[in-house]
Ligand binder design. Sequence first.
Ligand code: ATP
Ligand code: MG
Length: 366
Amino acid sequence: MRLDRLCLRDFRNYEQQELTLQDGVNLLIGPNAQGKTNVLEAVFLLTGSRSWRAGRKSEMVRFGAQSAFIEAGLHVRNRDFEIRMTLPLSGRGTTTVNGVKATRQSRLSDVLRCVLFAPEDLSLLRDGAAARRRFLDTALCQLRPRYAELLTEYQKLIDHKTRLLRDEERRAAMMAVLPDFDARIVTVGTALIGYRARFTALLAPICQEIYNDISGGREKLTMRYATVSTIEDPSGPQNELEAAFFRHLESHREAELRLGQCLSGPHKDDLVMEIDGRPCRAFASQGQTRSTALAMKFAERELFFRDCGEYPVLLLDDVLSELDSARQSYVVEHTPGGQAIITCCEDTGRFSPSGRRLRVENGRIF
Ligand code: ATP
Ligand code: MG
């Protein structure tokens, strides 16, 4: 999987920029606020995922412009692809793959897959469960297009049900439709739970192995998927998951009505990481937290490789400067094998001389 060419027009601080990239390491070097992360953001959007940092699409349109435009040439599974994406200031954008309109964003992940590692990921363990759910969702939306569709439907169901729960005036009418909502939430929610359970089961041993490598084998990292408490085995058969989820919903119905919140379902899931049996969130040191985040990201990359036989494009956003030299070495040694786009403020010289070096200055790349 290789991104050969990228063209940005009116995207963030880029008015018009053409960029060619090589296999292996591509370094984007420049001072703060010049447009390094903006390039990674554009590439990440081409996977069909939402930006990890833009609240709204319109934020990515260059100030004063009406539409942002991203074009890319890729080489994937021995074929050439061209993706064109338009992001208008208002209304829906359009995307085409080889000239054919991609009606579902999830189709894009069939072409390009990326693993992004940014400084904010270093606190993946310290932050609340939402950060770890985002980790699961970002990976699974790229790996399984069906997952992305289910997740969108589930989020709509939860938003709609929350509005109903808060609508005091129409409570009687709402009680009549609530069972229908819950039935669909259970069907879609358990499908998501199944995907997440299978993904975690595959990821956990890889993550453990990588952590072992980084920490010199002194500690054992474990990863466990935690979902609706009445579900004993999240990898179990669908009908068992549905029955258990229903039980949980019923036991929380009164509280949901009282609080006007959806209390039960995979939107509350977590990925529990433990070192030597102790939860990282409460007990891990700074260094352990960083090693765990590193292990999770590189395990995700490895799993993508096992899934399709090609490494995803690795996007490293200024992460090296946050790591100590042992962890930096891990990243540098394990980046080859696929393509990487790496941003940094100054060239540390840690990446091989064969890496392509590009200078970023005020929305221009040289
Ligand atoms: P750092 O090293 O600090 O992370 P960076 O090079 O990664 O910096 P970016 O985040 O890529 O910086 O780019 C930030 C620049 O882009 C800022 O100057 C910001 O004002 C500008 N910018 C962001 N959104 C837009 C937009 N919609 N239109 C024009 N400029 C924008
Ligand atoms: Mg940046």
